[in-house]
Design a protein around this ligand. Sequence first.
Ligand code: AMP
Length: 473
Amino acid sequence: MTISLVSAPDAVLSFDDFKLPSSLLRAVRELKYTVPSPIQAMALPPALEGRDVLGTAMTGSGKTAAFLLPILTHLLTRPRGATRALILAPTRELAAQIEQSAKDLMKFTPLRVASIFGGVGMQPQEKAFKSGVDVLVATPGRLLDHFSHSYARLSDLEILVLDEADRMLDMGFLPDIRRVMRHLPTKRQTLFFSATMPDAIEKLSGEMLVSPVRVGVERKAAPASGVNQTVYPVPEDLKAELLLALLGEGTVKDVIVFTRTKHRANRVAEKLVRAGISAERIHGNRSQTARTEALAGFKSGKYRVLVATDIAARGIDVESLGHVVNFDVPNVPDDYIHRVGRTARAGQSGEAITFCSPAEEPDLKAIEKAVGRKIPRDVVNNFDYRAKKSEKLEVPIGVRVAEIQARKAEDRARAKSKAQAAGTPASSGPSQGGGGRGGSSGASGRSAPAPKSPRYDQGQPAPSSRGGGRRRG
Ligand code: AMP
């Protein structure tokens, strides 16, 4: 395979520098994209020329517009009535996001887009095929289901995009991708995007691309298979002890520990600190300042352990993370894949450890199905798995509510006596401060709405289509 390399051109300062149709420029302006992102600056020129592109780009880099703008530009020159562009994405959430981005960008054109993914009825999707919608965004499995019917023909296809190829690999979709390829014309333009380029992805790109231009931040990433994944079966009430034992072994140095709830994140962090381990936590009940401080402290080495919930952890980019511990088994396989992807970035080798209690086995099975293999089990040597220990991490909700009510009653009584002493009637409004020390219970200290995770467009008005969090499942 011949690969041309290009680096980010400094000269491209505005979207007007590309030869984009005015209808697309108008949409770009409306989305408040003023300056092309680096991946856009690099990928747009060769893609607009009709070249194949191999792009290294992550979510948040602006890669979606980097492939959509050339597609739409091309389609505007072609007769309508047939599907000429197909975008393959690993998950339905990503497919839905791409569809929305396409809608935003094609707003001032007659072009149409539809998506094809599982979990919803086949019929509207069948209609999209039959009507020859201009752009299809699809997950591989559902697309293959359609290909078994005669209406699903993509013989007029001219552009194919493979998005997040490395996640396709992680999720075991490479065989499906190869099957999809058999249904597509070989004479086409292909745009191939992946956050990392493990060997299997390089190989796949070699099969799919012809003399591609390679763009993006050149990173020799460890293969996703380089992430060492292990499950530690453990009774629920011994998880915290097991974590301490693991940290005591010394092999696990800095680590992000994921918990199911904010409350559990607090309790785990507290327990670690009590045991003399420097730890901080990030979750949605903490202020942005506290979260930023926790993350900066973790990155600088001030904290050895960062305890996080999934939502808060989205958008965290810690490049050299060696270990991830799933304190709880994620109940959505996609979350597992996302978390595990945090290790072994940027050429590092990574270790993903999952604590699994008997009750979590079904969730673990779903994850193993999604990653396409059984994850090996292991034990921590010299750990007493039969010990009857550890306080409950989750205070029952009834107990927590009673605690909060008692605290509020105390506050009211205090305010009343103060008011009586001052000779003024007590206010019935919410009292501040009083009982809640440190704001760590998560029940009272309600902070400002959490800002969106840091992405390319941080600091600019967010396009309405994107929604806030990218919670999956
Ligand atoms: P993506 O990596 O494609 O998921 O894009 C990440 C976010 O950046 C999305 O919210 C896009 O709408 C936004 N975005 C993409 N390109 C630009 C740009 N040139 N300027 C500002 N925001 C952008």
